[in-house]
Each structure stands twice: as C-alpha cells, then as structure tokens.
Design a protein. Sequence first.
Length: 294
Amino acid sequence: MGMRFAKKVVKEDRDLKTTFQSKKEYQCPACGTVFHKEELLSGSGRLIAGALTDELHRLYEPSAKYGEIFPLVYQSIVCPECWFSSMENDFSLLPNENRIKAKDDMVRRKEETRLIFPFADFEENRTLMEGAASQYLTLRCYDYYNKQVSPTIKQGLASIRCAWLLDELDKKFPGQHYDWLALLFRKKAEYLYNEALAREQKGKETLSAMKAFGPDTDKNYAYEGMLYMCAYLRFKYGAASNEAERKLSLEDARRTIAKLFGMGKASKDKPGAFLEHARQLYDTINQNLSENEA
C-alpha cells in the first residue's frame, strides 16, 4: 500500500463553522501585503478541555458537533504572500534594518517550509498542516528580531508548539516521519528554552517582552512555567555526550525545579495541577540521579 499524505480538508457547512476572518487588517512588515487573520470561534461547545500533559500542553476532546479543534493552529500570524510570521504582538515590530532581509528570504523560506509541510497553503483556511507550518515559520522569522522582543524564548515556544501539532499530524498520517520531526523540534525547544534562560541570567537578552509564557494557549504559567519547561525539556531531551555531563545537566534541572517550591503556594499562575507536575518531575529527576549513583 502507498503511504498516506496529509491533504487539505475544508468544511463547507456554515452551521459548523469553527473560524472566521477577522475585520482587522494586518500589513506585512516584510513585503507590505495587507491581509486578514483567521480567528477561532469560541463557545457553543467547540472546545472541550481534556488532560494537561507533562509538557503543560492542553489536550482537547473532539466535539460531537464540531469535531477536532486545535487552537494552536491559529496563533501565529503568517503573511499569505511571503510567509513572514511571528506572534501577533510582534508582527509590526520587525526592525527596519531587517525588513529587506526578511523579504529577500521569501523564496528560500517557502521552499524550506514546503520540504517539511508540502501542502501548506496560507491562502485558505488553516488545517493542522498550516498550523504546524506557521509555528515553524515563526521559529524561523524571529531570527530577524532584536533582543528587545525576547526572540529566543519565543522561538522556544514556537518550537514546542510545532512539535505538538506534528504529534497530531503523525496520528492522522502515520508513516510520514512526523513523529521524528516532532522529536527534532522538542530537542530544538530544549536548546532554545535553556538558552533564553542563560541569556537572561547573563544580561544578554531580557525576558520582559514575553507577556504570556504559555506554553499553551489555555493558561499562562508565567515565569515559573518557563522554569519548569527548561527543566523538563532538559531532562527528557537534553544532549549529553557522557554520564558526567548528563549528571551535571540533571542536577541543574533539579535546582531549577526546586526554585518553584520556593516561590510560594498554589496561586493563579501556579495552580495545584501545575505544582503537582513540578513535584513529579522533581521526584523523577531525583530517582534518576540516585539510580545512576548506585
């Protein structure tokens, strides 16, 4: 049997609409194209919250009426002409000195994106394919921003979100290596999250421009959530060439998680479910270190 490829499916039933075109106009800072953004409709039982994963990713149950909906598909803004992309608040903040570079990168940007997401098309309503591609494009395009907008942590966020959407593509279209790509983007996220933290600690790049750390759209776990993700991703996907390096990496991750318990009790930004995930991670890292020392 031949391999199944992810193809676009566009729903025509207006009674089952899940998105709409916003009235707000956006002008691409790279090529000047004016366009509207597809937004997700809320209410009427469209989103049914499910489990929260160890990566603080909110899963959603399929609705009997609307089917599967993935809010992350609609987060990043993508110019339909040149495919320049970013988070919404930063779209117009592309530095003037980098606008020509971003525009000149258009052909290569599209070609390299289509190598991973061959059916991506931002002229039509988004599917999982465009959602994952939009996060990849966001990861790529933050290279054109300066340190004032906290680009590194935003690249980390785009990378882990891309991995989550690749997980869903792999479920629907197995055998297309989306699972392998998801692993690569998780490893990329591990590097970017911890690089962003290191840059902040060294005074090289602020995190102050990050208004919502996510990592998902349902809840902002703030700075504490970022610390958790740094430790979790390092534990799961951090590179280590030898046991000694791995031990140092895990000890650093354990110290990072320990900070969460020194920041007070459960609160709006640190609900009990989040702290429970942090405690479980701390215990798992402790156990791993103890087994390696035995």
